[in-house]
Design a protein around this ligand. Structure first.
Ligand code: GLY
Ligand code: MN
Length: 447
């Protein structure tokens, strides 16, 4: 056999033996690194220690990476850890920024179940992970020990995820090896939260893809609903659509609530058979490449809203529009459940609901809306924020008013996802989906 043929065969064999890692669409390694550098600036010359999400005890159950770990690394495997060392700028003590990804030692037997993994010895691992240094997990205690031994102040600025037992064990072990009390750790999610609140362009693209796939599935729902079909079959048809479009999973348990179930906010049994004359709340959306969408539409099971259903629908849509119209970037806030803040969009929506329409006893409808007006979306469907949250360019959030009247078996929720554009204007990421009652009916009848 010619040498060149042998080389080609060898290359082919080594390529096919390489672990496949790209189950989801990633951003560039430079973007994840920029987030770690931004985090390092907030560490007060300390260190951040983050662990990857734990594998489920039953390894055939689905795995989802810890959201902060994913945000900082784009790394989607269990068993890893990240160390970020903040730069020291003090004169005479200067030290540079440093970052290390620790990967577990490969377990060839486990890989029979999980598939092949990368480890710190895999060729080109630093390039493919995009982290400056990659080391074996066994070195983590040694590295941390040396860091703190060389600068004891670090022990006062040790940032970790709260309640993560690997971090607690590592910190406890480090303290024991240094002969000191366990350092008090600080909550690193308080530093990642403000970073995660403002999405970069790549994140917005992924959120748009999650919303586009969720919109397509909502359209499938509108075309499929009819008397006699079960709520679960509708959830199933939407799930099929998400998978067809390359999504990994639903963002949350799909809510398909018909009849009186439409008035249960997070109903997800999806067990009822829909009947003529019902209204159905469908709060169901998917994740695309670890980014979630969150969309709700309410539709009449027979394709035509009754006069009363339409009246309530129009009030809920009017409340959403009132919130949209009152929006001012840098001033408006979202998720003010008790409506204590005059700048909250919740107030605008509530005031609309409470001054439009009546219940069967002639009373205002405000008391039939029970939840906050919306929340941030991102890697988590309820992305972290301190509420009520001030809304600024780059933020992505829902506006989802609802009116739920059990005695009339009418529940209506309309939920859209909005991006605050660079110019401060709101962009509706669900614009391509029907909003008005007429548009919903037309979509249900479209051939
Ligand atoms: N879509 C569920 C929720 O936002 O609570
Ligand atoms: Mn929501």
């Amino acid at each position: 056999m010619k040498l060149s043929r042998l080389v080609a065969l060898f290359l082919l064999a080594s390529l096919t033996a390489m672990p496949t890692l790209e189950a989801v669409e990633k951003q560039s390694t430079a973007e994840y690194r920029a987030r770690r550098v931004a985090l390092s600036a907030a560490l007060h010359e300390g260190v951040a220690v983050l662990f990857a999400g734990e594998e489920p005890v039953l390894d055939f159950m689905a795995y989802r990476q810890d959201a902060d770990f994913y945000y900082l690394t784009g790394w989607n495997e269990p068993g890893a850890a990240l160390l970020v060392v903040g730069p020291i700028t003090e004169k005479g003590r200067e030290a540079p920024y440093r970052e290390i990804l620790f990967l577990p030692t490969r377990d060839l037997r486990t890989e029979k179940y999980t598939g092949a993994k990368l480890d710190a010895l895999s060729p080109g691992v630093a390039r493919s992970t995009g982290v400056d240094e990659v080391q074996d997990m066994t070195t983590f205690p040694v590295v941390l020990n040396k860091l703190i031994a060389s600068n004891r102040r670090i022990a006062r600025s040790l940032w970790t995820q709260p309640g993560v037992k690997q971090a607690e064990a590592l910190v406890g072990f480090t303290a024991a090896t240094l002969g000191v009390d366990a350092p008090l750790t600080r909550d690193v999610t308080t530093l990642t939260m403000p970073l995660r609140e403002v999405k970069d362009a790549g994140e917005v693209e992924l959120l748009k893809k999650a919303s586009a796939a969720s919109i397509a599935a909502q359209r499938v729902m509108m075309q499929s609903i009819k008397p006699g079909i079960t709520e679960r079959v509708i959830a199933g048809k939407m799930t099929e659509s998400w998978y067809e479009q390359g999504c990994e999973r639903p963002s949350y348990a799909p809510i398909v609530g018909s009849g009186v179930n439409a008035t249960t906010l997070h109903y997800s049994d999806n067990a009822r058979t829909m009947e003529e004359g019902d209204i159905v709340v469908v709060d169901a959306a998917c994740e695309y490449s670890m980014y979630a969408s969150d969309i709700t539409r309410t539709v009449p099971v027979n394709g035509h809203f009754s006069a009363r259903q339409r009246e309530i629908y129009d009030i809920v849509l009017g409340a959403q529009k009132a919130a949209f119209d009152s929006f001012v970037a840098g001033k408006s806030k979202i998720n003010d459940v008790y409506r204590k803040d005059s700048d909250s969009l919740d107030n605008a929506a509530y005031n609309y609901i409470n001054t439009h329409g009546k219940n069967l006893h002639g009373e205002a409808l405000g008391k039939y809306w029970l939840h906050g007006l919306g929340h941030m979306v991102g890697i988590d469907v309820h992305d972290p924020a301190e509420y009520p949250a001030l809304l600024k360019p780059g933020m992505v959030f829902t506006i989802e008013p609802g009116v739920y009247i059990p005695e009339e078996k009418i529940g209506v929720r309309i939920e859209c996802v909005f991006l605050v554009g660079a110019d401060g204007k709101l962009i509706d990421l669900t614009a391509a989906l029907p909003h008005t009652a007429d548009e919903v009916e037309a979509a249900m009848h479209a051939k």
